[in-house]
Design a protein around this ligand. Sequence first.
Ligand code: ADP
Ligand code: UDP
Length: 254
Amino acid sequence: MEKLGLLYQGKAKKLYATEDPEVLWVEYLNQATAGNGAKKEQIVGKAELNNRITTLIFDELKRVGIDSHLVKQISPTDQLVRKMTMFPLEIVQRNVAAGSFSKRLGVDEGTALKEPVLEYYFKSDPLNDPFINDDDAVALGLATREELAQIATLARTINVKLTALFASIDVRLVDFKIEMGKTSDGEILLADEITPDTCRLWDLRSGADAEGDGAVKDGQIERLDKDIFRKDLGSILPAYHEILGRLENLAASH
Ligand code: ADP
Ligand code: UDP
């Protein structure tokens, strides 16, 4: 497969056309951003880590019946994916209060939620990805009511499968963001990426950071995700390596 013209330059990835109109070439970048690009840094090695992590997670999800846009990883930093018409939505699932949820609703970080919360944010850099509800999304034509129903069901199923997957490698899945799109034949599929950039992952191997497993201790929480970067707590690389290592062990155990 050949890499043709650049279609999109994002904050974390570049998208290229290929000779197959149904397939895109995704190149992961070393760039890390937070606050909609307000904080930006090059972190050598991040592209390879996230490309590999997302590939392993999409492979694991496939094993449990969740299909995604992933075709295959083709190099340390690149993968081929099915071209999708994306819904301009950040689809967030929360199991534990953290981040903007804690701030907005005044709930302590770490409070378990009585049931998972599904939220939508409108993907718009100029507007800073505002929080929206179903009516907003339908009124703006971002998705139909029927598509939102499918998106919600799929997101909740992905949360169940992903929570179990991370629990099996001793990681608590606090919350995460996913994106979905439609294939040319109208199927709604999981797309984009699932990495420590897009999930809050707390280490359940108690005190493991002392043994050098990469988690960064922040009060009672041992962080293995991008909050390490967002909150200036140190390097993300050891934490991302740790997630990758645990996922590789899981894949090897099948
Ligand atoms: P951002 O756009 O937020 O800066 P990225 O750098 O991760 O984020 O850019 C990747 C872009 O590719 C996102 O806009 C995402 O919606 C889009 N995308 C992800 N998967 C696909 C796909 N299979 N087909 C088309 N677009 C996709
Ligand atoms: N998230 C993301 N991209 C974004 C915003 C959020 O991947 O542009 C993820 C984030 O990593 C977390 C979840 O979505 O796992 C919920 O994030 P939150 O709304 O708490 O936003 P934050 O306060 O982190 O910006």
